[in-house]
Design a protein around this ligand. Sequence first.
Ligand SMILES: Cc1ncc(COP(=O)(O)O)c(C=O)c1O
Length: 397
Amino acid sequence: MTTAAVSTEAHVAQNYSPLPVTVASGEGAWVTDVEGKRYLDLLAAYSAVNFGHRHPELVSTAKAQLDRVTLVSRAFMSDRLEPFAEALARLCGKEIVLPMNTGAEAVETGIKVARAWGYRVKGIAPGKARIVVAAGNFHGRTTTIVSFSDDDSARDDFGPYTPGFDVVPFGDADAIAAAITDDTAAVLVEPIQGEAGVIIPPEGYLTRVREICTEKNVLFIADEIQAGLGRVGETFACDREGVVPDLYLLGKALGGGILPVSAVVGDRDVLGVIRPGEHGSTFGGNPLAAAVGLRVVEMLETGEFQERARTLGAHLDAGLQKLLGHGVTAVRVAGLWAGVDIDPARGTGREISEKLMERGVLVKDTHGQTIRIAPPLVIRSTEIDWALEQLRLVLEG
Ligand SMILES: Cc1ncc(COP(=O)(O)O)c(C=O)c1O
């Protein structure tokens, strides 16, 4: 097969503006394109590949499950589901797990749970439940989720929009308190906003959100789909403030970089409001997903990956700080996750991303002047140094 034959341009809908790299294989923190050129992957599928490409333990877990059973009717539970759910609930310090597939489905599930809880437990009048969300959010691409996005490219021409959401500035706990009424069922936030450019809220924000939600009898839903599962140097981004939400929304890395796996995790008095037959998915919690998800949880239970994200993240941070004033105007780092604002005089985020790609480093631009860095947590410090050197050279022009 020639390179042209595998080009993405002819038959793939143009709903992304990808960097011109057609990836053929991957291992660890590296991917290889169809022509054999290697790239250090500093994006890791937007944090979905926290354990590296084709992590041997995850691949062997998946292969073993492929030899047993991969999909069963939802009328039956597989022998992988309960161990997965038990382990994930334990990791979260919660009681039960509702498995889904994509991140957006986990968010949709969280919204449904919050509304049902609002009506059945809190006593909100039918059809009145509201959810407070933050400006600049990214929770996925379904019609309900884009209804409360303030990103025009996510929303425009996709209405009519789903009502029932109140948007307040991110990082402003007082604004959340002011927006809550008797009809509010939940506050839904990313503990760190990923797609917005790794926006870290002021210290104490999550603590305050927790207090407000408890005081006002409102659920606190943390979308940890991108921030969670080791990325920030803790198991969850909420752990940075020792905060426990009512519901965790998880996805991306939960599938070990092998397949889509997402979940909503909470206690029985909240998540248990969903009754048999009310919600589900053909693929949610399937044997292959559960087997891989269980192995992911076991890997996180050792704390090794959180530790790597902490120490290597500090290393990344130190390197990025040196670029401040040299083509970089701001740096925000949480574990192995960084938003880097580029001086417009040196180019746009997109231009810098393309030049880095030419040098064998994959990053992604966001919001014009920002590049995002989220390498697999298996990356080595020497690889980070090399990538930072490429960034320095690109910024030097
Ligand atoms: C915080 C957050 N929530 C939800 C999603 C949606 O996940 P998915 O693309 O798997 O639907 C994303 C994806 O980037 C995300 O970053």
